[in-house]
Design a protein around this ligand. Structure first.
Ligand code: FES
Ligand SMILES: [Fe+2]
Length: 353
């Protein structure tokens, strides 16, 4: 599968690059996004940066070097010590050149990627053509107070086309079958659901509503919780549960790492003391939940890799999948000189889960 495949991840969007806590001051890490090596680092003063992890000189990985902070912070290549400013990507030193060589090193640049860091999450903007252009959209926002950090993090590596991974996130009908644990659904069977959706700038959402009575996990919160579920391009799902003044927010983000591989990261934020007490249990529950998604995607991909297959979407339960496909196509075919027009009108869907 090539990066140009129809079911590959779309560009000109923000992807979750890492958790803030994974990128330590003065340290760098090599990552793959869209199959491309990227060095993700942080200066000692705390500013995160991302550059192509390929030295323009002779392709050594910059991530194997070090961050030098003599004046402008720069990354020093491990091979011949060329330095690249973290702010601009411009070459600031070629150590082997005598000073009389009169060469303007700053003409050499390594590609930089815009980052957005908020609530303990680092988002990377992935442009289609490698140009450093202003981002075509806003990064995802949690709407949470600035000092909130994820309390739970689970990462699962999924295999298969990016689209299938994302559709597994918006598809309601798999839930009672893939996620059969006692704390999620009672064994007693499916219930009729009616869900209303409205469009958002880059996706669609179910506005705050009372969760289904057969979802046990919500009963745990007691009282009368409401839940709002939003999906936005490229593959970000936000579920906000409100209980009076208290909030639990689950964020799932899909990031293509290399051909046919996608990282699914799920983080949960909350300000409920009881949940903090139950943290180890909540962590385990989240791991098993996401692991189930990973397992079915892997099994599905075993087949997709071997058998030509066109998906068969039937009725309202598959409507969000179709919306995603339409949304992504519209984004990829958009007129970059005009505001994006979301083709999804929303509406009311009926299904049994
Ligand atoms: S390869 Fe990076 S300095 Fe030579
Ligand atoms: Fe799932």
């Amino acid at each position: 599968m090539s990066a140009l495949a129809e079911d590959a991840a779309p560009a000109d969007l923000w992807y979750l690059a890492a958790l803030s806590s994974e990128v330590k001051p003065g340290a760098m890490e090599r990552k793959l996004f869209f199959g491309e090596p990227v060095v993700l680092g942080r200066t000692k003063s705390g500013e995160a940066f991302a550059m192509k992890d390929v030295c323009p000189h002779r392709a050594a990985p910059l991530s194997g070097g070090r961050i030098v902070e003599e004046g402008e912070p720069a990354v020093e290549c491990p091979y011949h010590g060329w330095r690249f400013a973290t702010k601009s990507g411009a070459c600031s030193l070629i150590p082997a050149l005598p000073s009389y060589a009169q060469f303007d090193a700053a003409k050499i640049k390594v590609r930089r990627y815009p980052l957005h860091e908020a609530n303990g999450l680092i988002w990377i903007y992935w442009a289609a053509d490698g140009r450093e252009a202003p981002p075509a959209c806003e990064p995802p926002e949690t709407g949470l107070p600035a000092d909130w950090r994820p309390r739970i993090t689970v990462r699962v590596g999924a295999e298969g086309p990016f689209d299938e991974t994302v559709i597994g996130l918006v598809d309601p009908a798999h839930t009672p079958f893939v996620h059969r644990q006692w704390w999620w659904r009672e064994g007693a069977g499916l219930k009729d659901k009616t869900k209303t959706f409205e469009p958002t700038p880059l996706g669609f959402k179910m506005p705050a509503h009372r969760p289904s009575s057969n979802s046990r996990i919500y009963k745990f919160f007691g009282g009368a919780p409401t839940t709002e579920i939003e999906f936005r391009l490229p593959g970000v799902r936000l579920e906000t549960i409100r209980l009076g003044k208290r909030t639990v927010l689950g964020l799932t983000a899909m990031t293509p790492t290399e051909d046919g591989k996608t990282d699914i990261v799920h983080v949960i934020f909350w300000d409920i003391a009881l949940l903090t007490l139950l943290h180890p249990i909540a962590q385990k529950m989240t791991e098993s939940f996401l692991g189930q998604d990973g397992a079915i995607l892997r099994a599905q991909n075993e087949n997709l890799a071997r058998a030509a297959h066109r998906p068969l979407y039937v009725g309202d339960p598959d409507e969000p999948a179709k919306w995603y496909v339409r949304l992504k196509r519209a984004w990829m075919a958009r007129d970059a000189s005009a505001p994006f027009v979301n083709p999804i009108a929303g509406g009311t869907l009926h299904w049994r889960t």
